[in-house]
Design a protein around this ligand. Structure first.
Ligand SMILES: C[S@@+](CC[C@H](N)C(=O)[O-])C[C@H]1O[C@@H](n2cnc3c(N)ncnc32)[C@H](O)[C@@H]1O
Length: 375
């Protein structure tokens, strides 16, 4: 009988522990193990899984490694964990490369599971207003399929878990010392105004994020007419100010200053000089924790709630260097990605809605083409 190939050996074996580690790695790599040790193969696997997005490997190939021996097990687990995360989600993921970024259609929890630990320097996002906007239906409305969209009814507890699961995963992939900046505001929930930003801070702290700044984004104009109530009933108890502010909270992943991993303290003098900030307009608005920035008008963007490009630009300039990677896990129309591209950063944007991702790619492409044409 001819010798079984590694993949067949695994499938045939009653006890996966008896399959040599080299064979497991070979299954992933799809080639033989001749002359290569486990360490080399593991390195190769990690590299392969990061680079080679289209290779077909089923999760069934990944087995229980208990009893392999500690050192060997650690090596292989680190390789296979990445593979497992990656391949679990691969079939669902649509990746679009544009400029120095990647825009991905999918649930950010799934996509982040494909990213190694401590990989990214900065995250900037604004989470979905879960019950306030039904993004699927907003797109159907854009496409003319429906005339109105309705809110989705979900519990606040569900929403809390939705956010904490995703910001926990984000914590894993951010480098020590790196930041997570979140634009968030109170939301209407079953007739009540929920103090979401304040709850959110404690949810983030329980994950490990360190609270650093509370910036208020002040919009010049109110889209609501709350203050009109007092005009109609000019008595105490009828004061509902129009809402013109949202929060921008800055959180950091702990990173010791002395620690070489810290993303800010061990940059070369040259790199610092190249990234020196232009402070000519700093002493006005930017030096304070109230940023007055015009919101995006509805006709300027197909998304129902984009944040201004300027909000993303300031965040990116204050918290990252050129060529660093910035991620937006709820990317929407890709404002963070467009700003990152303009500022010479690498970027990743994730959104469940293909329409928004396509729109983001289109806008970034326009900017890249324009830049290339004027260079
Ligand atoms: C507040 S909007 C972000 C808008 C974005 N900042 C912009 O400027 O266009 C939140 C986005 O999260 C997306 N979203 C909802 N659930 C998601 C999930 N599980 N993973 C990734 N994106 C999701 C929605 O489709 C929506 O576009």
């Amino acid at each position: 009988m001819s010798e079984l190939k590694p993949r067949e050996k695994l499938l045939e074996s009653k006890d996966p522990k008896t399959v040599p580690t080299e064979d497991l790695l070979a299954i992933i790599l799809g080639h033989g193990t001749k002359g290569k040790n486990v360490f080399d193969l593991t390195k190769e696997v990690i590299h392969f899984l990061r680079e080679n997005m289209d290779k077909d490997i089923s999760v069934a190939d990944l087995v229980n490694f208990e009893g392999i021996g500690e050192a060997k097990a650690l090596q292989i687990i680190s390789a296979l964990e990445i593979g497992k995360r990656f391949y679990k989600q691969k079939s669902k993921m649509q990746v679009r490369k544009i400029g120095s970024g990647r825009l991905i259609v999918g649930d950010c929890l799934d996509v982040m599971q494909t990213v190694p630990d401590n990989e990214i320097i900065l995250a900037f996002t604004s989470p979905p207003y879960h019950n306030a906007i039904n993004y699927e239906d907003q797109i159907k409305k854009l496409d003319g399929e429906i005339r109105y969209w309705e809110r989705k009814e979900i519990s606040y507890e569900y929403y809390k878990n939705f956010l904490t699961d995703r910001f926990k995963e984000l914590y894993r992939i951010i480098k020590p010392g790196g930041h997570n900046v979140v634009n968030i505001s109170p939301i209407a929930w079953k007739g009540k105004r929920m103090a979401l930003p304040f709850h959110f801070v404690s949810w983030m702290e329980s994950i490990g994020w360190v609270f650093k700044e509370d910036i208020v984004w002040e919009k010049e104009i109110a889209r609501d007419r709350r203050s009109g109530v007092l005009m109609q009933h000019p008595y105490p108890g009828y004061y509902y100010p129009s809402l013109v502010a949202e929060y921008v909270f800055v959180f950091q992943k702990q990173g010791e200053k002395e620690n070489q991993n810290n993303v800010y303290y061990f940059r070369s003098r040259e790199e610092k000089e190249k990234n020196k900030l232009d402070l000519s307009d700093y002493q006005g608005d930017k030096s304070k924790n109230i940023w007055k920035i015009r919101p995006v008008a509805p006709q300027e963007n197909i998304h129902p709630c984009p944040f201004p490009l300027e909000l993303a630009k300031r965040t990116i300039e204050f918290y990252s260097y050129k060529n660093d990677t910035v991620i937006d896990i709820f990317a929407g129309s890709g404002q963070t990605n467009l700003a990152a591209e303009m500022l010479g950063r690498k970027h990743i944007g994730i959104d469940t809605q293909e329409t928004y991702i396509n729109y983001a790619v289109e806008r970034i492409k326009k900017w890249v083409d324009h830049k290339n044409n004027t260079a």
